[in-house]
Unconditional design. Structure first.
Length: 368
């Protein structure tokens, strides 16, 4: 990793905003009489999440008399797999699900169960995205491919002029690309965004291969052998699963950081960011549909994304209460808090960003 990536720093907090917020959050848990980890309600939710996932799988193996029903079950498994990853795997990665680090590490493997690699994902998400959100060449969750221009100052290609039209199709293969390509690419990448990936453990490579074979075994081979459909029919069902999963996960990911009014702060020549750590996260993260209990429940509190970035080790079951505290403290200190009322308005805002970035080319960064 170059020195440029090693020395990104944030200046000291310029006001009492974050100190006040931390004080209020601590008081909330003290008054409530519980910790910031997952509570009994969360642990019941985890059990239900797993039960529904495996229940859908069991129904698919026992109630698929036709190809049409097979496709329906696969689509439902794909969508619920995303819910399982967001609610369980994501909290476990942040050591927020249980007080025990051991049990968090165990439940982090839900990503491996779903065909993706937990080691790579944690490096990308926790090691790069949470440290360097919306920073070009550092945030690998956002900057994943030259096909799309998210950062206004990223290299411009003529195809980006119509990215707002073709990206919905690209987003449909997000999970498929992750399962069959991106995880393997990460093995050979010395850097993942701002994360130093040069020391890649051999045991993680072995684990990745084994888990992917297990995933393909239970999601493709077992249904083929049990149900008697052709390989082509089962593989098409698997592709449909990845499409529905991709549409579900991208709706969430694109609604939190990359809307029309997103901010992409840049470091100076010495690698120092223009804003303090807390103000950087307030500028780069956004909420959506925070009043919807259903959205919060299904998407693991991702819609309360600002509080998540400010307190990543707190279980999402506590986010609705903490977001109310955040809004009050931010208003007190005159700090902007961004939120879209609905998920679909947040998605619309993202495609406006795609249109704007694709049609306002920076000549200095244009590719010949």
């Amino acid at each position: 990793m170059s020195d440029a990536f090693a020395r990104i720093t944030f200046p000291p907090e310029r006001d009492e905003f974050y100190a006040d917020l931390r004080k209020e959050v601590s008081a909330h848990f003290k008054n409530a009489g519980h910790t910031h980890y997952g509570n009994r309600q969360m642990h019941v939710k985890v059990a239900v999440m797993f039960a529904v996932y495996f229940g859908l799988y069991a129904c698919m193996l026992s109630a698929s008399p036709s190809v049409e029903m097979l496709l329906v079950w696969y689509a439902m498994i794909g969508v619920w797999g995303v819910f399982l990853g967001l609610n369980v795997g994501h909290d476990a990665a942040h050591f927020a699900l249980f007080k025990s680090r051991k049990w968090n590490k165990v439940f982090l493997h839900v990503f491996d169960l779903l065909g993706t690699n937990s080691f790579n994902w944690k490096n990308r998400h926790v090691g790069a995205h949470h440290l360097f959100p919306n920073i070009m060449d550092h945030d690998s969750d956002i900057q994943q491919s030259d096909v799309v221009k998210i950062f206004p100052k990223d290299k411009h290609r003529s195809i980006h002029k119509v990215q707002w039209l073709y990206m919905p199709v690209v987003y449909m293969i997000y999970i498929f690309r992750w399962v069959v390509y991106r995880d393997f690419k990460d093995i050979f990448s010395s850097r993942i965004g701002g994360f130093d990936n040069r020391q890649y453990p051999v045991r993680e490579i072995v684990k990745m291969v084994v888990f992917k074979l297990v995933y393909l075994g239970y999601i493709v081979v077992v249904p083929k052998l049990v149900l008697g459909f052709s390989w082509g029919q089962v593989l098409w069902a698997f592709v449909l699963l990845t499409v529905f999963a991709s549409l579900t996960i991208t709706m969430v990911l694109l609604s939190t950081h990359v809307g029309e009014h997103a901010n992409f702060p840049e470091p100076d020549a010495d690698g120092v960011m223009p804003h303090s750590w807390s103000h950087h996260h307030m500028l780069t993260a956004g909420d959506f549909a925070t009043e919807s209990t259903l959205v919060t429940h299904l998407f693991g509190g991702f819609n309360h994304h600002v509080i998540h970035h400010l307190f990543q080790h707190i279980c999402h079951i506590h986010y609705p209460a903490l977001t109310k505290i955040l809004i009050r403290v931010a208003a007190k200190h005159g700090v902007e808090y961004r939120s879209e009322k609905h998920m679909f308005s947040a998605m619309y805002s993202h495609f406006k960003l795609l249109y704007n970035n694709g049609n306002h080319m920076n000549p200095e960064l244009a590719q010949p």
